[in-house]
Design a protein around this ligand. Structure first.
Ligand SMILES: [Zn+2]
Length: 486
């Protein structure tokens, strides 16, 4: 009897990142027979996640331990899910890598950027490494079933759209001839998603009838509640107009992938509906965001929905969907020199303008030109933050202050407001179970809760228990091996 036949139904999952209370560094190793499948190969990000107790970076930890990998499957293009992929190839490993077409498009930009921003001291890879690995990335269509791992193990995978960002997927893995599969949720988006369509509204999102026996699920925003599109839009307009109304300009530090497009689309709607003053100038000072926007436009047919917010009929044609980011009175800021100049102009005279800029957590990027320059000293101006500010970041500090404070003379400057209503992740118990229960959970035996704080993981574990699932629930620590059978 061969080894693979002997262990034919034994599986194990080891989470090497996004476990033990961390939310970044997603990398889960599934083993069965002669097959080792890796789901996501993400970077650890943020000081708390990156540093080991000995002060070394988790990202620099040798990936040689993973050398027997057959296949890598990628749920979506965010750096904390794909950013360690080049390391495999740098070590001479060439595992077949599978993801959706849109994820492949977006991850090229993400990885190029990651290669660029790594500092010399802990440079993990360069742009040539990225170039090389892109040749090994194979595309898969949603709903299509393909073979993975060692051919004797008869494993197959299937990507199911999950509404997080364009191209994002939950990944189902099963074994031919065995009833029951393993589901990795990936980062789950909202049921309704203004940009790419939520999991509740896109045809490809329909999961198969295959019963899920083991589930690895994210828990990032389990303690939050979801906010309706109209509520989000209303709050956003109210805050922008308050600043423009007092004669100031607004800075919107955005995340380049998805949040930028979401905000841009909202501003386009505000212009169309007359919800912001007619002559208000818009500046785009975010080069990376611009690259993603071009892909969103070029590849609109891959993820286009006919919906804006809760309005199903907003876009009737592909051309309308492609022009959804077109803004009137809009200027692109060419380079950093121009950016510094603009921050100075908007600081010294009141121009009632809106600037979208890179650097969502305010620590680095073009946003610093506005915080440190004349813009920040003008009390009429304001910064509106639309993304979660991680503990210990510059963004968190200035939100707590409520205003920028000049280091030299302690004078107070531009206001700082955080709108904590934009989230790329599914929020709260009822939405999470609404998503999960679209899958066949009637034979669920094991649930691993990952990608969340320990508080959120415990909260989700309690919810699973109170809902009466008989499944065993585990909160994996990093590197912990969890065995099960199908
Ligand atoms: Zn993500």
């Amino acid at each position: 009897m061969s080894r693979s036949a002997e262990f034919s139904e034994e599986f194990s999952i080891q989470s090497l990142g996004a476990a033990g209370g961390l939310v970044t560094g997603s990398l889960h190793r599934l083993r069965h027979g002669e097959s080792t499948i890796i789901v996501d190969a993400g970077l650890f990000q943020g000081k708390n996640d990156v540093l080991l107790p000995n002060g070394k970076s988790r990202n620099a930890t040798d990936i040689n331990a993973l050398r027997e990998v057959n296949t890598i499957l990628l749920t979506h293009a965010h750096a904390d899910h794909v950013g360690r992929l080049p390391l495999f190839h740098k070590r001479g490993l060439k595992p077949k890598t599978i993801t959706t077409t849109m994820t492949k498009e977006l991850m090229q930009v993400i990885l190029d950027d990651a290669a660029k921003i790594q500092k010399n001291g802990d440079k993990l890879y360069n742009r040539e490494d990225v170039e090389r690995i892109m040749n090994y990335v194979k595309e898969i269509n949603f709903g299509k079933d393909v073979k993975i791992g060692n051919k004797h193990d008869n494993l197959r995978t299937n990507f199911i759209y999950n509404g997080h960002i364009p191209g994002s997927a939950s990944i189902l893995i099963r074994k031919e001839g065995v009833v029951g599969g393993i589901l990795f949720s990936g980062d789950i988006g909202q049921e309704i998603n203004a940009i790419c369509g939520g999991w509740g509204e896109v045809v490809e999102a329909r999961p198969s009838e295959m019963p899920i026996k083991a589930l690895w699920v994210e828990s990032t925003s389990f303690d939050r509640h979801s906010v309706s599109f109209d509520e989000k839009y209303g709050l956003f307009m109210e805050n922008i107009n308050e600043i423009l109304g007092r004669g100031g300009s607004v800075i919107l530090p955005i995340l380049s992938l998805q949040r930028n497009q979401e905000i841009t689309e909202m501003i386009a709607r505000a212009q169309n509906q007359g919800d912001i003053p007619k002559g208000c100038k818009i500046y785009k000072d975010a080069p990376l965001a611009q690259k993603f926007e071009e892909i969103y436009i070029d590849k609109a047919e891959l993820f286009m929905t006919k919906r804006f917010g809760n309005n199903e009929d907003f876009y009737q044609t592909l051309e309308q969907a492609q022009s959804r980011f077109n803004l009137r009175n809009c200027l692109l800021v060419a380079d950093n020199k121009e950016s510094v100049k603009l921050a100075d102009i908007l600081g010294k005279s009141n121009k009632k303008s809106i600037v979208l800029t890179g650097g969502g957590m305010c620590g680095f990027g073009r946003v610093r030109n506005y915080i440190d320059g004349a813009f920040g000293k003008n009390r009429k101006n304001g910064i509106i933050l639309t993304c979660y500010q991680v503990e210990g970041t510059e963004g968190e500090k200035i939100v707590n202050q409520g205003r920028l404070i000049n280091a030299q003379n302690q004078k107070k400057g531009a206001t700082v407001t955080q709108l904590d209503v934009f989230s790329g992740h599914i929020s709260g118990e009822s939405d999470t179970f609404k998503f999960l229960e679209r899958f066949n959970l009637s034979e669920l035996e094991l649930i691993g809760i990952v990608h969340g704080s320990n508080d959120n993981r415990r909260r989700m574990a309690e919810a699973i228990k109170s809902r009466g699932y008989p499944a065993k629930v585990v909160l994996p620590e990093i590197n912990e091996v969890i065995k099960f059978s199908l």
